[in-house]
Design a protein. Sequence first.
Length: 155
Amino acid sequence: MAAVAGVIADLAVEAMVTAGASYAIVDNGGDIALSTDREVTVGIYAGESAFKDVAFRIRPTPFLGVCTSSATVGPSISFGTSDVACVVAEKACLADAAASALGNLSADPKAAFGSIRDINGILGALLIVQDTLATWGTLPTLVHASVDGACITHA
C-alpha cells in the first residue's frame, strides 16, 4: 500500500506522454510523477517545522518521481517523527515506497538514509524533522519558493 499513489501518478503521466504530451505532471497527495520539457518548481511543505518556503527546482526530464511522507502533515499514517520525508527517484512508485520507509525511520536520519541508499533507481532524499534538515544523494537544486499551506491535503 505504500506505493499506490505513486503507481497511479506514474501510470497517468505515462499515458499522457504516450498520447504526445511533452509536459505532464500528476500530484497525487504529495506523490508526484512528472515528465517535462521545461523547468518546474516543486514546493516542499513542512508544516510547523522551522523550514518554510523550500522547493526543488527540477530541470527538464523525461521522467521523475518526487514523493513525500510525513508524520505531522496530511492524512497518511507514519511511524516516524518527520515533518517531511521526501525521495526523488526514476519512478514515483519507487519514490513513494521509499519515502514511507524513510519517514518511518526518521528518528535516526543515518539509519533512515541507509535503509534506501542501495536501492537502484533512487536518486536522493531529503528529511526534515522540526529544526533539522538532512539530505542524501543527488537532489534537484533547493530554492526559496512561496509554499501555500492551504493547498496541502489535510486530514
